[in-house]
Write a protein that binds this ligand. Structure first.
Ligand code: ZN
Ligand code: ZN
Length: 250
């Protein structure tokens, strides 16, 4: 059965020309899991939002969750309305995100987006996928995720993270490591425990023994090819450079 990753948003931290922010659609055996829902992600969604089976938010920075507002409207008022989707996210996500809306809007938001608290160490059964969550190194609670299909390590997603042991564990032997590579090495010095450089991510991929690496979340100010070259200096597996609407067979 086919398994596909579609990049809905490849930009890091803020959108750039032709590039929405972090969002990745995983389609497996007809099941659709959306990993993050950053600004502009719905622009590139190839299906009716009501056809999503679940959403997993790595963390609550806007570049990973801002399009939940549009998603909620699509579920509430779109052609398939009323529809609902389960959203797995760090503690308090529904209240915090809903806090931007007025009382009536918040009620609808929480009715159509069914929030479930997720935390590092948990294993979620999402359709045919087994999803294990890891603690990323980022200034607020952030979940890296490891997706397995019938025991096969299909894909690991770092969310936003500086390099750390948890990322190596998350990516161990994975078929595709989807990794935060915000900066090229030339941007150093960079803050600790915030994001990876291309070199940082390459080292994580090498230590994890990832079969392939998808370089993503590059900030618009930088050249993704330079970031990928930095990753290649540390990792000798296949490196792909993310762009919006890119499809990858898993
Ligand atoms: Zn980010
Ligand atoms: Zn972040």
């Amino acid at each position: 059965m086919s398994a596909t990753l579609t990049v809905l948003g490849s930009s890091g931290s803020y959108p750039g020309p032709g590039r929405a922010c972090s969002s990745y659609l995983v389609t497996v055996e007809g099941y659709r899991l959306l990993l993050d829902c950053g600004n502009g992600a719905l622009t590139n969604l190839p299906c009716d939002p009501a056809d999503l089976d679940a959403v997993l938010l790595s963390h609550l920075h806007p570049d990973h969750c801002a399009d939940v507002y549009g998603l909620h409207i699509a579920l509430r008022h779109g052609p398939s309305a009323p529809a609902r989707v389960d959203v797995h996210a760090p503690a308090g996500a529904g209240e915090r995100l809903g806090g931007l809306l007025d009382a009536e809007g918040r009620e609808g938001f929480l009715e159509h987006l069914r929030f479930h608290e997720a935390a590092a160490g948990q294993r979620l059964a999402l359709g045919p996928l087994s999803v294990t969550l890891f603690p990323a190194a980022h200034p607020l609670e952030t979940l890296a995720s490891r997706l397995e299909l019938h025991g096969r390590p299909l894909l690991s997603y770092t969310g936003d993270s500086g390099p750390c042991e948890a990322l190596v564990a998350c990516g161990e032997g994975t078929g595709l490591l989807v990794g935060d590579a915000t900066w090229p090495e030339s941007a150093r010095p960079v803050p600790a425990d915030l994001h990876c450089t291309g070199g940082d991510l390459g080292r994580v991929a090498a230590r994890a023994g990832a079969r392939r690496l998808l370089v993503t979340h590059v900030q618009p100010a930088y050249d993704p090819a330079e970031v990928a070259a930095d990753a290649a200096a540390a990792y000798d597996g296949q490196i792909l450079v993310a762009h919006d609407r890119m499809e990858i067979a898993l």
